[in-house]
Design a protein around this ligand. Sequence first.
Ligand SMILES: [Cu+2]
Length: 292
Amino acid sequence: MIKTRLFSLISRLCAAAAFLTFLPGTAHAEVENLAKPWQLGLSKPGSPAMEQIVDFHQTLLYIITGIVIFVLVLLLYVMIRFNKKANPVPSQTTHNVALEVVWTLVPVLILALVVIPSMRLLFFVDRVEQADMTLKVRGFQWYWAYEYPDNGGIAFDAIMVADEDLKEDQHRLLDTYNPVVLPTNTTIRVLITAEDVLHAWAIPSLGVKKDAVPGQTNETWIHIKEPGKYYGQCSELCGDGHGFMPIAIHAVTPEEFKVWTEKAKLEFGSVNDNNKDAVEFAQNTAQTAGGK
Ligand SMILES: [Cu+2]
């Protein structure tokens, strides 16, 4: 009787766990990737990297659930079968070579099996050989600055939208005055650095979290599948404005992106122009300083 009840309870728990693991994928259809109140599970994947991360997470969850249930059943069996009442005269056995070999080897084998997809995924998300364009990201206290070296060197800062300026479709602490506009179905190399202290550029739904380190350029890549908004935040404690330097990506079709780059060049100018000015300025200054 107890066994049947226990079995039905365990199977119900399993069903609930399976249901919950599938929930995040179906919870919301619109492509606006940010955490929702009472959300369960990971973000809806918006890139191949995040898809594989979610798949790997699910696989591990099944393995872990299996192990937990196995150990729980063993514990319950010991409690019921070998308690003082049911088993008043305990066995004096202390060693069992075969059993000890098995309980050492089986966990090792499970870990070895997990290592293979884990390493494959690590290399997959690390960097790409062939990218269609590059986005440069620099972390500042407390905002991000972006450059598009392959698109005329467009450059701008992304400052968080103040509460009083929030529009209806914008999210507090997540939207910036200038979103990072990026094309869908394009492999984008992302070069990340920082100008003052450590920051981290993280967008959960794209499976990206990369440290921004002063004096060092870190590389990662994204490939956004659907147009929409993708949100992230600085993920390395960087000072008292750490919570106020969000990342808002607006993914558009490649055609729309082309139109945007033309507009953005006029609106923001480009680092190429700035560099020209800077070089001229430096040359003039040097000449003046040299007394010529
Ligand atoms: Cu930061």
